[in-house]
Design a protein around this ligand. Sequence first.
Ligand SMILES: Nc1nc2c(c(=O)[nH]1)N[C@H]1C(S)=C(S)[C@@H](COP(=O)(O)OP(=O)(O)OC[C@H]3O[C@@H](n4cnc5c(=O)[nH]c(N)nc54)[C@H](O)[C@@H]3O)O[C@H]1N2
Ligand SMILES: Nc1nc2c(c(=O)[nH]1)N[C@H]1C(S)=C(S)[C@@H](COP(=O)(O)OP(=O)(O)OC[C@H]3O[C@@H](n4cnc5c(=O)[nH]c(N)nc54)[C@H](O)[C@@H]3O)O[C@H]1N2
Ligand SMILES: [Mo]
Length: 804
Amino acid sequence: MPPDRDDSPTRTPPPASGPGPEPAPEGPSPADPFDDEHGHPADEPPAEFSGLHLGRPEHKAAGPEAVYHAMKKVSREAGLVRGLTILTRVNQDGGFDCPSCAWPDPDPAERTRFEFCENGAKAVASETTTRRVDRSFFARHSVAELAAHDDAWLDAQGRLTEPMALLPGADHYQPISWEEAFRLIAGELNALATPDEAVFYTSGRTSNEAAFLYQLFVRQYGTNNLPDCSNLCHESSGAALGMTLGVGKGSVRLDDFKQAELILLVGQNPGTNHPRMLTTLEGAVRRGAKLVAINPLKEAGLLAFAHPQHVRGMLGIPTALADTYLQVKINGDQALFRGLARALFEEDRRRGGGVIDLAFIEQYTAGFDAFRDAVFASPWAEIERRGGIDRARIEALARRLADTDRIIACWAMGLTQHRNAVATIQEIVNVLLLRGAIGKPGAGVCPVRGHSNVQGDRTMGIWERMPDPWLDRLGAEFGFEPPRRHGFDVVQAIRAMHEGRAHVFFGLGGNFLSASPDTHYTAEALRRCRLTAQVSTKLNRSHLVTGKTAVILPCLGRSERDIQAGGEQFVSVENSMGIVHPSHGPFPPASPHLLSEPVIIARLARAVLGDRTTVAWEWLVEDYDRIREAIERVVPGFLDYNARVRLPGGFPLDHPVRDRRFPTRDGKAHFTASPLGGVEPGPGQLLLMTIRSHDQFNTTVYGRDDRYRGIHNERRVVFLNPDDMTALGLSERQAVDLTGTSPDGLGRPRVARRFLAIPYDIPRGCAAAYFPEANVLVPIDETAEISNTPASKSITITVSPSAE
Ligand SMILES: Nc1nc2c(c(=O)[nH]1)N[C@H]1C(S)=C(S)[C@@H](COP(=O)(O)OP(=O)(O)OC[C@H]3O[C@@H](n4cnc5c(=O)[nH]c(N)nc54)[C@H](O)[C@@H]3O)O[C@H]1N2
Ligand SMILES: Nc1nc2c(c(=O)[nH]1)N[C@H]1C(S)=C(S)[C@@H](COP(=O)(O)OP(=O)(O)OC[C@H]3O[C@@H](n4cnc5c(=O)[nH]c(N)nc54)[C@H](O)[C@@H]3O)O[C@H]1N2
Ligand SMILES: [Mo]
């Protein structure tokens, strides 16, 4: 157990002021070994720690504190009355889609007046802030000076208001007209030797309409270089599910949670990252369903939930959630699920059948025999060693699986960001297939998506490897021949920019530098570009580590009114469960100079393609119904898009697996027989996972607290097992350096300096630190097999005291 913690603020008082905007430092920025004319990457430690206050980890999520923290952030950013007005439009019929996670909204009839959570409120507050980053801000601060600030400070400065350009040799961004900005970008793109020398990134907040236009523009320009944040996120889920079930998306809907008997929550922290999911889980538990959590950390949101909008919850009275908690080792899940399969086979033998669903397996699946052989070739000793869970506990859970027909497995980044991520997710599918728990009510797979429209962007063709029939339809609709050669994913794009095979980076949203692995290598890759240009709402580090020329194109946020020639427009998004619905921003834009994402893309396309294009860009964006009509003809499942998207609650996309139709090559669901793999740290090494705190949305850091884990006012912390700390001779709060076991992409030692050691309830040999501060430790060449997702939750490191 961790040593006693001091909850009283007397030992280490938190500073009186929160992490709001701070005055800019006087004079030049501090010296920095990696400094150059255009700033430095994110991992340089601030001169001082910000003043850690260590509390006890919490045992429940939400409650009245959640309301308090949400309101504090909202009133600070948007003003209390204005902020509350804005929040009443989140996830409402006729309102806008919460820009935070992709968890679905309940049926319109079941929605309450407040259909958002603490962290959704924070995301909305961050977008609707009254602060502005305008031309005078950029005149006051050089890029080098801005780069000396941390991510929280950058985000806290407010909304971008007009296009800005950083010209070669300049040290300040300067205003540029939209026309000039498009001309500049077009000039660079048209000067490339081939379109494959440009990279077009997408983050998952982009609407269906913008995403569709974007991929159309990029393919008419001539490349499939469409990496997206999914490459860093659920790519492993898409790959594993596509190969086994034929559809790379989750198969369950909210209604299934009302019928499930057993819900597995694997590698996911919903209390922080999908808080509205807790309402669904609480409903399931109240109905009698059982929850099992599989996670190296005892996350508050998996233990219990006090619904802040219900009377009991407001009084702080929680509903217990997981009744079983398996504290698996980092990357131990493949072994654990292999163990569950083995125990299911053994239980079936003991009971003389009835456990393995042979009828289902015979009718619907392939690969069973090879899988059974692989299971019996995995010795219990190896299963226990790799997973860190003993056989008796695995057998106990297997007996519960054997007694249950309706099983849902949920997961997120805890499974997708490992070397063997695809095989791990396939192992979960194996277990569900053994029990026939796929394609029936109350059962199935539920990869819980991150960004609010990351799933929709893929449906709209944002993928470097869209299949030929899809490209055929796109070409037929617009009368051109789309390129067929697969493009770069994120890791390939970084390498290409680094090696001089790509010279222009364009980002539709996101924060490419801070989201990517191997920070210094990626920074160098971006610096080698001729141009880096980004469509953004807020300032971030990718605006500060740039190519020779850099452009910021500021766009409307989700919450903002979008008026075009055809009147007021709305966009649409697809949530984690394949429901497509509208999002309609009702509030005035942060600045009169902002353009919508569809308009930015249309004008860029015209500037780049001129008369070469077969698309009536200007006409399409006058009325987004016209974009949706084109989508309807290209993308399967969108028949009657304009009518159906206006129905209350939107419409569901067909998911054949729900009816036990498996669109694989042979029409069968596939068992997968993989060897047990993954990383096992050597002597003296630890396995590090890079995770989110409660006060961030990906690279956007709202503050320095991680309330549920008892961390206040500091992000440079590393969670360690107390016995490992003793073995390493470390004491609580000691400053340590984290060193990767391989050199970085530039051949230098891979070190993240000065983190405070925190004793925590985490399995031995495991460690955790926050993303993006620890991204410098994620090797560019350590990625998941098949999906190529960086293994940012399986990093082998050593930990040693910091040299002062
Ligand atoms: N407020 C907020 N909401 C968000 C986001 C955000 O940053 N902030 N990000 C959004 C995005 S894009 C995404 S993808 C999701 C991310 O949602 P999550 O996947 O919940 O995010 P992480 O913090 O990466 O959490 C990973 C969880 O997996 C566990 N874990 C790590 N390694 C392993 C392992 O090997 N095995 C198991 N079983 N567990 C492991 C960690 O302990 C942690 O609980 O959230 C989305 N929603
Ligand atoms: N080590 C490590 N690295 C990781 C992860 C991890 O767990 N560990 N997680 C990975 C995951 S799951 C993901 S999804 C990626 C996230 O990677 P990204 O999606 O690239 O990053 P975000 O932080 O979500 O992007 C934030 C920026 O998006 C812009 N933005 C916000 N709203 C809008 C909008 O409406 N329109 C436009 N155009 N721009 C907008 C703002 O300028 C803001 O600064 O990071 C990945 N990186
Ligand atoms: Mo994500």
